[in-house]
Each structure stands twice: as C-alpha cells, then as structure tokens.
Design a protein. Structure first.
Length: 351
C-alpha cells in the first residue's frame, strides 16, 4: 500500500501543501482559519500521515524533545502529577518529554550531571522540578537551553518559576476552621527553613488576625514533617493547650495527629477538627474520617512550565532580553469529613 504524503493530505483537505505544513508543524505567526486547521488535521488522521520529525529537526535545528528533571520520582507522589501536566501539554504541542529522576541535593553541582545527560540528548529546553518548594542555586550548565523551574525559585532570580501559593493555601485551611466556629486552632508546622514553612505560618497568623484571635505560641509547634513526629507534637499540644482544631503542615503530620487524638479519646470531628495540606490522596481520602486538606497544584505547575518554555522557544534568540514572569498558583481547599463545629473538651493524658 502506498504511504500517504503531504500532497495527498493537501488534496483531501482542499488546501495547499504549504498550508498543510503550517498546520501540522504548528508554525507560529501563520494565519490559518480554525475550520481549515480542523479539515487538515482530519485529512491527515484519515490518511495516517504525520510530519517527518527527523526532517523537521534538521530544518529547524530542534529535536522536539523537552527535558524534565525531577527529584526522587519513584518515592515522591507529587512528581507524577507534575509529569502528567507537562506531558499532556507537551503532547498538545507535538513535543516529547524526556524524564530524568535525580537524587535529592541542595548543591548546584548535585544536578549538573543530570542536566548534562539531558543536554547530551539535545533537548530543546529543560523543566527543573524540586521535591518540595524551596530556593535553589542553579547548576551552571542549565543556561545552555531555555529552562523553567517547578516548585522552586533560584537564588539569583534568573529563571521563570512556578510555585504554589503557600500563604493562600494556609489561609483557606485556617479560615475553613474559623468559619466552622473554631478559635483555639493549633498549628503543627514543619521545622525546615523553606518557603512552605514560613508561608503556611503567615497564612495561619493572617486568619487569626482577621478573626481578632490573639496569636498564642503555645498552640504552635515545629517538628519534622512526618507521621511519627506529627503524632508526638499533636499529643503534646493537645494535652497542654486543649485546642478545638489542628491545622497540620502536611497530610503525613495529620495522620500522626489522628493517632494522638485516638489515644486521648478525642473523636474526629466531634471533639477535634483536623485539616491537612498537600492532598496526598492515598492518605487524605483513606483516613477515617476522610481528611479535609489543601491541594498543591502539581499538575497545573507542570502544564504551566511546559507552556512557558514553548513561549521561550518561540521567542528564540530574544529570550535573554525577555522579562519572563513567574507564577504563583492557588492551592484549593478539598473538603471531606474531618471538620465540624467545636465542642469543649479537656483531654486526659494516658498514664
């Protein structure tokens, strides 16, 4: 059977070969009516025709490959959503994502070899994602191609970045508790010096001020943001300060708080309301009762980064003169069953 060519597509769609080329290669700054574009795509699909990527790469000096460097893909649940967002956006632009899983490391040199591995494969651009929101020093070879940071900002402010609105997410969580009637709201915070730690505390304090509730340091504690440490801190604060609600830095700490509440004979949400952060569904949706929490926009961050890097590629040689804008994406509240109006209680500590 004869393989269909670009002329066959043009004949079926009733357009010129040039128009077919512009549509299928998504040539920027070309004026082709949307109805014509649809007709060309349908004809190409019907004939099983696609653009010759090898010839296209030789002509444009681009590979059509976008590198995505993400820390600890195998063990970090958030990475999958970032990858999916970037992958679906890449597919819409006819691009292919090349993924490298990097070891977690704060030093710029730690990821230099990983960046080089992508450059050796002639990627057109790189999306650089960290395991959690923090400020980083860039690997020195990252400036070889257009690049966008995901869930991170660089100390020099050189690259466009997309990060979650930590303050806004905390405001949504604590305001939800305040609207339910809670005023003695404790905060189980992380003890790492990262933007999320400071942003979520700022959001917590903002809502207290909105409701004229004095800040009480006895209701706030910091520890490692994992389940065992969340359990210990929750047990301490519940026994010491008798809050009616807990806002937890993440869902893992909230899971520890559930255990502490059970040991103190506190029912959730009748005696104690709890809100988490991250919306790790394997945790939040499967706790009993299901945990109200705040979702991090990982899918949206991956998609935003890919779209931005496409714009940078279209800008070509002018990209160094372009003032690229970073993005702060909202963290929506996901309501489940762990919040109710407060009930006075005074827990008894098990001996």
């Amino acid at each position: 059977m004869k393989t269909a060519g670009i002329r066959d597509v043009a004949k079926m769609a009733g357009v010129s070969v040039t128009t077919v080329s512009h549509v299928l290669n998504e040539t920027p700054h070309t004026r082709v009516a949307e109805e014509t574009r649809s007709r060309v795509r349908e004809a190409a699909k019907s004939l099983g025709y696609g653009p010759n990527r090898v010839a296209q790469a030789l002509r444009t000096r681009r590979s059509g490959l976008i590198g995505l460097l993400s820390e600890e893909i195998a063990t970090t649940p958030h990475a999958g959503r970032i990858i999916l967002g970037a992958q679906e956006a890449a597919r819409a632009h006819g691009l292919t994502l090349v993924i490298v899983s990097a070891e977690r490391g704060d030093g710029a040199a730690a990821h230099q070899a990983d960046v080089q591995a992508l450059l050796d494969r002639q990627v057109d651009a790189i999306l650089y994602a960290t395991m959690y929101h923090r400020r980083i020093t860039l690997p020195p070879n990252l400036d070889a191609v257009p690049a966008v940071l995901i869930d991170a900002t660089d100390t020099a402010g050189m690259l466009p970045a997309v990060v979650p609105d930590e303050v806004g997410g905390a405001v949504a969580a604590v305001r939800h508790l305040a609207e339910a009637g809670h005023r003695r709201i404790a905060f189980l915070n992380n003890n790492d010096d990262v933007p999320a730690t400071h942003g979520r505390l700022a959001g917590y304090r903002q809502v207290l001020a909105e409701y004229d509730v004095p800040y009480d340091g006895k209701l706030v504690g910091e520890t490692v943001s994992e389940t065992p440490e969340g359990y210990e801190l929750a047990k301490e604060i519940l026994a010491r300060s008798a809050p009616t609600a807990l806002f937890c830095y993440n869902d893992r700490m909230a899971m520890g708080a559930y255990r502490a509440a059970a040991e103190l004979s506190l029912r959730i949400p009748e005696d104690l309301s709890i809100v988490g952060f991250d919306n790790q569904e394997i945790i939040a949706a499967n706790l009993f009762p299901a945990l109200t929490t705040v979702a991090l926009p990982h899918y949206e961050m991956g998609s935003w980064a890919l779209e931005t890097v496409v714009e940078m590629l279209a800008d070509g040689e002018n990209r160094s003169d372009h003032e690229w804008v970073s993005a702060l994406l909202p963290c929506p509240l996901v309501t489940r069953d762990s919040v109710a109006p407060p009930r006075e209680f005074r827990p008894s500590v098990p001996t």
